[in-house]
Design a protein around this ligand. Structure first.
Ligand code: GLY
Length: 361
């Protein structure tokens, strides 16, 4: 089993490996009661978790919520609070969230708010959840005003990333999650890039890749839990990525939109003179080898106006994470319009970008 400690006021472990869910009994030993929140397709995993907890002497009950983003509503949260009341869940009890990012965000949010905070143990079941959503303590629900605008920072007691569940994950979902892994490679850990260049499927080295990505996230979160500084670097590729998701009404997978956003951010870094042509092209060639999209034909004016209201925007300025050399993220605020237009041309064009060999000195 691989273990990454996330430092902070209350340090916790991210456990990565086959059968990690079985550690629930140890993590919650001595807890009187736990509720296991899950979506319908994960009933078997939740059932096994309830059994593990009961064997460890914890009175556990499973509560079903809708699948995907439909879980992240005020109504679903209110329904869970009602159930917590019925079960007399107290501050010394715990919530377990089993599922993708939507369910772990919801479980974290209801745990953060019930009795002003009960422990939550996250059991993410997607690559995206394991390396990103379930780690770092961001919790939340969606409202008509936008995604994740209501939420809180509530770090988990533990994250159990059980790689056994990945076997059943469709390839497209697995690939989409890997976009967050490759992002970590570009911003902080070049070994991730080497491993993915050797096996772009990510299947050969999954656990090592996930451990490395979680370490990158853990380092950022330990220093900046409340997302006022270094944590923003995790947003590499996300400014355009989020805009594509919104324009596409969330029909694009998160990682697919981020993949295009990564190439855009790399091109922008190239325009700013911070990345060489070869470094920019490395983004495109690796993401393409991984089977992720690197081009997007959309309405540039619309995307720019959506980017200006990204929840990470400050005022109406446009902020991008770019790389000042691989592994060295920095923030570019209100870049030249000509750089933005050139970066957009490079991701929206149907023609290949200028190969490095044709680059003018
Ligand atoms: N997903 C980026 C963060 O947790 O800050």
């Amino acid at each position: 089993m691989r273990r990454v400690t996330v430092a902070g006021d209350k340090p916790y472990e991210v456990v990565i490996g086959p059968g990690a869910t079985a550690e629930l009994g140890t993590v919650l030993a001595g807890t009187a009661r736990a509720v296991v929140v899950h979506a319908p397709p994960l009933a078997a995993v939740a059932g096994a978790a309830v059994e593990t907890l009961q064997t460890a002497g914890v009175a556990a009950e499973a509560l079903v919520v809708p699948d995907g983003e439909a879980a992240k509503t005020a109504d679903v949260a209110a329904g869970l609070w009602e159930e917590f009341g019925r079960l007399r869940l107290t501050r010394s009890d715990a919530v377990v969230g089993i599922g993708g990012g939507a369910v772990t965000d919801l479980a974290g949010f209801v745990a953060a708010t019930w009795t002003r905070g009960v422990r939550v143990v996250q059991v993410p079941t997607s690559v995206l959840g394991m390396v990103d959503a379930a780690v770092g303590g961001k919790t939340g629900i969606n409202t008509r005003a936008g995604k994740n605008l209501v939420g809180s920072f509530h770090p988990p007691t533990a994250v159990l990333a059980d790689t056994d569940v990945l076997a059943g994950l469709p390839d497209a979902e697995f690939r989409s999650g890997m976009a967050e892994v490759v992002k970590c490679g570009f911003i902080a850990d070049a070994v991730v890039l080497d491993l993915l260049e050797a096996d772009p499927s990510g299947r050969r080295d999954t656990e090592e890749l996930m451990e490395r990505a979680v370490r990158v996230k853990a380092d950022a979160v330990a220093e900046d839990l409340y997302d006022v500084g270094r944590r923003e670097f995790l947003n590499y590729g996300h400014t355009l990525g989020h805009a594509i998701e919104r324009v596409e009404d969330f029909r694009w997978r998160h990682g697919e939109a981020v993949a295009v956003g990564l190439v855009f951010a790399a091109e922008l870094g190239g325009q700013a003179g911070l990345l060489s042509r070869a470094e920019v092209d490395r983004h495109r060639s690796l993401l393409e080898a991984m089977g992720l999209p690197t081009r997007y034909a959309g309405d540039w004016a619309q995307l720019q106006s959506v980017m200006r209201v990204d929840k990470k925007a400050r005022g109406s300025s446009l902020r991008f994470v770019v790389l000042d050399g691989l592994g060295n993220p920095t923030i570019l605020t209100d870049p030249d319009q000509a750089w933005l237009d050139a970066a957009w041309a490079a991701v929206s064009s149907t023609h290949p970008a200028t190969p490095a060999s044709e680059e003018q000195p």
